[in-house]
Design a protein around this ligand. Structure first.
Ligand code: M6R
Length: 609
């Protein structure tokens, strides 16, 4: 959702801010702005729409400065207007904010009574006035920010500058990620490392309650008690190349094609070790994983479907009861908690608020054995978990999640095999077979990617439709759900997914010759059942688009289109069958001419409720 960038240097920082905001565009936003301190004054440019429009306005105004902050806003409090766009300014103090201030109404009333006038409907503007109200009583900028944040309830990442202190950039973090980029004779702030990679790879991740005073030559971090603290400088391993399109037309296309490499990187540790072991999940993982009585998976969206897939594996292979819950539902439900449950959160971004809150809720119920599967190092959810398994998909820029999903699946399969081993349900031969299956997986995924021309041809059938149905059974039912979600997200075609056996209990009423029906039909033990379900569709005039395996002996006929992956790969089959549904959604969206990487109304990281 929203994004922050800030810079202090002895060069013009306006290009740095604009480049940073462009790198943050993928997160989703509807307005953008920058504010700089120049000649002891604040100069600000804000625009609704794309960063490019704001950039043009900044260039037209000849904006140049050595200190500045920038923001991409995804509207929550107040509509998409220039007045609501950040930075917000109060008497020479300018700030940008990610997060939500819950007590903004009370603060606003108090500040109005003090004589402050508001220009926007945002919760953020109260913070600017609040900081100013401390400055007028003689505080310096750092102290004023520290005093102001004590008055706030809610979540914030803040970058603040003041015309009175033109050599300082102040940062504050609570509940939203914020990091400092450490350069040579210049320093930066960003909500996401991609915004500053052009300038430095050395980053300090701020912790909850931290504030920081940043000058050109120094970074001083203060803990929640306002005392100076040491925070480690990390070398970011996010590459600039992962943020570039290269030869691709869209990030989604690039990320779909990166999956063989992303999967290979994610399982590198297991393949190198040639064995599944608790240590893959952290040094003390054996303590956490031994003796568990079940697994609870918490996630949203695509990550939730990865969890649903894993449930088949965890129950079938590791023999442990597993429940999978939509995080935004779990957090508000009275649940029966077992402290011996392993709570697994799945989140590509590691920032999803609902998943984070569900994790906190699970912990508050005494479920302390927590594991996060995440793609973003040092993000909030892994930091709040005892164990972490980082997927190594690389930066995922397209809003529609692709490589993050398949790498979550291999991570979850690794967890399943590890748990099975700890439960005494995986012998040496079984372990060697699974390692071998994982080793061969990137090649099989590449084979599935090679089906693209056939899938592209299908996309013409789907593009004029307004509805589509996806069917799957067993462990492939979540893949049908994922296929429907991908199609909805980027092509705006209404798509539903059902377990194929459920068809005749209702959704069959929807089937006409206007309803394309996608079927995930691998050559597994449920294939004959799926074939019967397809007959039910065909008998009602429904047109079938079937993804199957080369060895399934399933042939095209009138109204039945078939695309075959290579021969059935066994237990990892859901990963293979994800590729065609991703490609289908992508190509249908291309034909329909939608904004593939930035679909309407959606954000990459959902950091609000
Ligand atoms: O970052 P997370 O994995 O926690 O995100 C969860 C969902 O918001 C995300 O998967 C969303 O559904 C994607 N847009 C799906 O493509």
């Amino acid at each position: 959702m929203c994004g922050i960038v800030g810079a202090i240097a002895d060069r013009d920082v306006v290009p740095v801010l604009i480049e940073g905001l462009k790198r943050l565009e993928y997160r989703g936003y509807d307005s953008a702005g920058i504010a700089v301190i120049n000649d002891h004054d604040v100069r600000r440019v804000r625009r609704t729409g794309r960063v490019a429009e704001m950039e043009a306005a900044a260039l037209a105004e000849g904006l140049q400065a050595q200190l500045g902050i920038g923001h991409t806003r995804w509207a929550t409090h107040g509509g998409v207007t220039e007045a609501n766009a950040h930075p917000h300014v109060s008497h020479g103090v300018a700030l940008v904010h990610n997060g939500i201030i819950e007590n903004h109404d009370q603060q606003r009333e108090k500040l109005i009574a003090m004589g402050y006038e508001f220009e926007s409907q945002t919760d953020t503007e109260v913070i600017a006035h609040l900081i100013h109200s401390f400055l007028v009583h003689g505080a310096d900028l750092l102290t004023a920010v520290q005093a102001a944040v004590r008055e706030l309830h809610g979540a914030y990442a803040l970058a603040v500058v003041s015309r009175k202190e033109p050599g300082k950039l102040i940062a504050a973090r609570m509940g939203c990620p914020l990091l400092i980029g450490v350069g040579e004779g210049e320093n930066f702030i960003a909500s996401d490392v991609s915004a500053i990679l052009q300038a430095t790879r050395n980053v300090i991740f701020l912790e909850e309650g931290d504030t920081a005073e940043i000058t050109r030559d120094s970074v001083t971090v203060f803990g929640a008690d306002n005392h100076p603290v040491q925070r480690e400088v990390h070398l970011s391993d996010v590459s600039l190349a992962s943020l570039e399109l290269g030869p691709y037309s869209h990030f989604m296309q690039k990320e779909i094609h990166e999956q063989p490499r992303a999967i290979a990187d994610t399982i590198e540790g297991v393949i190198d070790a040639g064995a599944f072991s608790a240590e893959l999940f952290g040094a003390d993982a054996a303590q956490v994983l031994n003796g568990i009585e079940g697994v609870l998976i918490l996630a949203c969206g695509t990550s939730y479907y990865a969890g649903m897939t894993a449930r088949y594996w965890i129950e079938g292979i590791a023999g442990l009861p597993c429940s999978v819950e939509i995080a935004s539902e779990y957090r508000y439900r009275d649940v029966v908690a077992n402290p011996k449950t392993l709570v697994v959160t799945l989140s590509q971004s590691g920032e999803t608020l609902d998943t984070m809150e569900a994790l906190k809720y699970a912990k508050s119920l005494g479920q302390e054995r927590t594991l996060s599967v995440c793609n973003v190092p040092e993000s909030a959810i892994p930091r709040a978990s005892k164990l972490v398994y980082y997927t190594r998909a690389g930066a995922e820029i397209g809003v529609a999640s692709t490589k993050a999903f398949t790498t979550q699946l291999v991570a979850l399969f690794t967890l399943t095999a590890t748990l099975a081993k700890l439960q005494g349900r995986l012998d040496e031969t079984g372990e060697a077979d699974y390692i071998d299956a994982l080793r061969r997986l990137p090649g099989s995924v590449q084979h599935a990617l090679n089906l693209e021309p056939q899938i592209t041809a299908w996309s013409e059938h789907f593009a004029p439709k307004e509805h589509a149905l996806f069917l799957g059974r067993g462990v492939h039912y979540p893949i049908a759900l994922e296929g429907a979600l991908k199609l909805k997200e980027i092509s705006y075609i209404h798509a539903e997914a059902y377990p194929a056996g459920e068809l005749k209990h209702g959704p069959l009423a929807l089937v006409t010759d206007e309803m394309p029906v996608v079927v995930i039909a691998p050559n597994d033990s449920l294939l004959e059942k799926v074939k019967s379900n397809m007959q039910e569709v065909r008998a009602r005039g429904g047109e079938l688009f079937v993804f199957t395996d080369a060895d399934s002996n399933f042939h095209p006929s009138e109204g039945v289109h078939v695309i075959r992956a290579e021969r059935h790969v066994g237990v990892l089959s859901p990963i293979i069958h994800t590729i065609p549904v991703q490609l289908l959604a992508y190509h249908v969206a291309l034909v329909r001419g939608t904004d593939v990487d930035k679909p309407r109304n959606l954000a990459k990281s959902v950091t609000v409720e």
